[in-house]
Design a protein around this ligand. Structure first.
Ligand code: AG3
Length: 287
């Protein structure tokens, strides 16, 4: 039986047994593999990095979607940068109050291959009439659009390869421009224990861009190395300061049934370990 070896980190990594290979090939932009693993269900990897597994995707997708949406509380229009497997869009369409979702993806074939071989991730959400799919570069989209959003979610790959520009000052500045007054940007920002420079760099860039910025976190088992950080930027401190009782009320009202997210987890996710705070603090010392 063949193994899939993740190549994200030199000298350390995870091995996943390929119990059934479902797809392997090169898209225009990336190397994509989808396979079945007995323990994790279907697994999708891009350019040597595990992107998602059926077993633990709920943690990532629930946190990256519901934290900003319920912190804001009155979201009508959302922008997703990086549709990929469709897991984020699936969580967003579960909010009845959301009227419009613009979903941008640079690599159209990732969407199609995931629809076919990883169908539980998008679960039909990409056919929801509120969703408008746009095949474009994420940075170009935010740099040129006239549209405004209540929440922007960046579900990118790591800042190596096609997603590097989604961690740039220019990207954050354009997201800031595209947000409504109390709007929130939430981003995938790597695993700080192993990708420490990413947390320091992003902190510095967010600090130079947004009135209110910070991080929240969650441990996703197949993003090895401990907790994953999620970036946060807003033109007002309102959403991040939402009190527990209010988050509880909004969560109850939403009728969402989740497997990881709840109001207490939402609030606790903003409490950062000391080593995160030190890396963020280092941002202020970088000239
Ligand atoms: N995209 C983020 C995967 C990041 C993996 N990086 C890592 N382990 N450091 C996930 C796509 C899910 N829709």
């Amino acid at each position: 039986m063949a193994d899939y070896l993740e190549t994200l980190y030199p000298g350390y990594g995870q091995r996943l047994q390929i119990d059934e290979l479902l797809y392997e090939g090169h898209t225009d932009q990336q190397h994509l593999v989808i396979f079945r693993n007995a323990l994790l269900g279907r697994v999708m990897a891009l350019d040597g990095v595990v992107q998602t597994t059926e077993a633990d995707e709920f943690i990532y997708h629930e946190m990256l979607a519901h934290v900003p949406i319920l912190a804001h509380g009155a979201v009508r229009k959302v922008l997703v940068i990086g549709v990929g497997d469709g897991g984020i869009v699936r969580e967003i369409v579960r909010h009845a109050g959301i009227a419009e979702i613009v979903a941008v993806e640079i690599d159209a074939s990732v969407i199609e291959l995931c629809r076919t071989h990883l169908p539980l991730h998008s679960a039909g959400a990409l056919d929801d009439p509120r969703v408008r799919l746009v095949i474009a570069d994420g940075l170009d989209f935010v740099a040129t659009t006239d549209e405004r959003f209540d929440v922007i979610i960046s579900d990118s790959t790591d800042p190596i390869g096609p997603a590097a520009s989604l961690f740039s000052r220019e990207f954050y500045r354009n997201c800031q421009r595209c947000l409504n007054a109390d709007g929130v940007l939430a981003t995938q920002n790597g695993v700080p224990f192993l990708q420490s420079a990413e947390l320091t760099d992003t902190a510095q860039r967010l600090a130079g861009t947004f009135t209110d910025w910070g991080f929240f976190h969650a441990a996703v088992p197949t993003y090895i190395g401990g907790s994953m950080s999620f970036g946060w930027g807003s033109n007002s401190g309102k959403a991040r300061a939402t009190e527990l009782a209010v988050v509880r009320e909004r969560f109850a009202q939403s009728g969402l049934r989740t497997r990881y997210y709840n109001a207490e987890i939402h609030q606790a996710a903003f409490a950062l370990p000391q080593y995160f705070l030190e890396l963020i603090g280092a941002a202020h010392k970088v000239p």
